[in-house]
Ligand binder design. Structure first.
Ligand SMILES: [Zn+2]
Length: 137
């Protein structure tokens, strides 16, 4: 029986749901799915310039696991880049540090249970327009 995968900790979710290549209608594009833990590995190593062992500790995974996640992320991004694919960021065995919500209308990220009633950006209401990212996995 495979070992259960432990949740990987993510401090902040990405600000966007993904990327698409310039000048191509989304309907004509295939996409790769980048998981939240893969996104976070890029954030920690390439954006925050952390060594992989520190990044692994931040995500609460072993160093070899981190390296696998990180390499998978790079491979997916390279594939999207070279083959002109969209990137959808979603899913993965992750645990956000806080409750995060995303407005379905304007895609603004909203943190904290106390703020999820209404989007402060576009004034949409939480019950119909906000998606709880913790429940999207
Ligand atoms: Zn909004």
């Amino acid at each position: 029986m495979p070992r259960p995968i432990r949740n990987r900790k993510i401090v902040n979710p990405p600000k966007m749901a993904g990327f698409k290549p310039f000048g191509m209608p989304l309907s004509e594009l295939e996409s790769v799915k980048l998981q939240y833990d893969e996104y976070e590995s890029i954030n920690l190593v390439n954006y925050q310039n952390l060594p992989q062992d520190i990044a692994a500790a931040k995500m609460d995974v072993s160093r070899p696991t981190f390296t696998r996640v990180y390499n998978r992320a790079l491979t997916k991004i390279a594939k999207a880049f070279v083959e002109c694919l969209a990137i959808e960021i979603e899913g993965g065995q992750v645990e956000f540090e806080k409750q995060w919500y995303k407005c379905k209308k304007c895609f603004k990220l909203i943190d904290g249970l106390e703020n999820h009633i209404r989007c402060k950006n576009c004034k949409s209401y939480g019950d119909t327009e906000l998606v709880n990212l913790n429940e999207l996995k």
